[in-house]
Design a protein around this ligand. Structure first.
Ligand SMILES: Nc1ncnc2c1ncn2[C@@H]1O[C@H](COP(=O)(O)OP(=O)(O)OP(=O)(O)O)[C@@H](O)[C@H]1O
Ligand SMILES: NC(=O)c1ccc[n+]([C@@H]2O[C@H](COP(=O)(O)O)[C@@H](O)[C@H]2O)c1
Length: 174
């Protein structure tokens, strides 16, 4: 059986409806999708508030209604860009296409001879991790920008409170 398998990487801090929209499109093109949870080691930081395990939960629950077989795999950063693609492929199922808009990731995959597809940006002004974290810190509405299941995970882990604490915006100095 010749399976069409693709790789989609992001930090997913948090997983939002832009990511969801990309994955629904990819699901129409491939049999299986490997979702790389990048910078897996980063957590409890203003730009990376959620753990790899929490991001696995977000993705697992958010994609329950999409008809695709996927693997969500945490991938730590390493210091050497030239061997990053080998590092990724050494811990993922085999794939033939990488989906990303990150210029460094595009460069590294293309140099390694792996086909890259750049998914079109979907309502980027709102569907952006940076914008969602900004709204969380400012007590503005953000739940409509993520799948309901992701909002539930963030509530369960008290994620907004953590983000405020690690960003130093809860009234304390760190
Ligand atoms: N609204 C969107 N529509 C389509 N693709 C998106 C959208 N937002 C992010 N992506 C893509 O998804 C991949 C993973 O993105 P990432 O997890 O960095 O989200 P982000 O919203 O860009 O986060 P941050 O603002 O925290 O950097 C990247 O290739 C990114 O370009
Ligand atoms: N040397 C490395 O570890 C290396 C190189 C390229 C991308 N990455 C990671 O890939 C991910 C790319 O995701 P984004 O497109 O969301 O930035 C990030 O987590 C980034 O740190 C790591």
């Amino acid at each position: 059986m010749n399976m069409k398998r693709a790789f989609y990487i992001g930090r997913f801090q948090p997983f939002h409806l832009g990511h969801y929209s990309v994955i629904t499109s990819i699901a129409e093109e491939v049999d299986e999708l490997i979702i790389g949870i990048g910078s897996a080691q980063r957590t409890h930081e203003a730009n990376n508030p959620f753990t790899a395990g929490e991001r696995v939960m977000m993705i697992r629950h958010a994609l329950e209604d999409i008809d695709i077989h996927f693997y969500a795999l945490p991938i730590d950063d390493i210091q050497q860009n030239p061997i990053w693609v080998s590092y990724v492929t050494s811990r993922t199922p085999p794939f033939d296409t990488a989906y990303t808009n990150n210029p460094l990731v595009i460069e590294l995959f293309e140099e390694a001879g792996i086909a890259v597809k750049q998914p079109p940006m979907y309502r980027r002004e709102q569907y952006s991790g940076t914008e969602i974290r900004r709204r969380m810190l400012a007590d503005e509405d953000w739940k409509h920008l993520v799948p309901d299941a992701v909002a539930d995970v963030i509530d369960e882990i008290d994620g907004v409170r953590r983000l405020k604490r690690v960003s130093g915006t809860d009234g304390f100095d760190y």
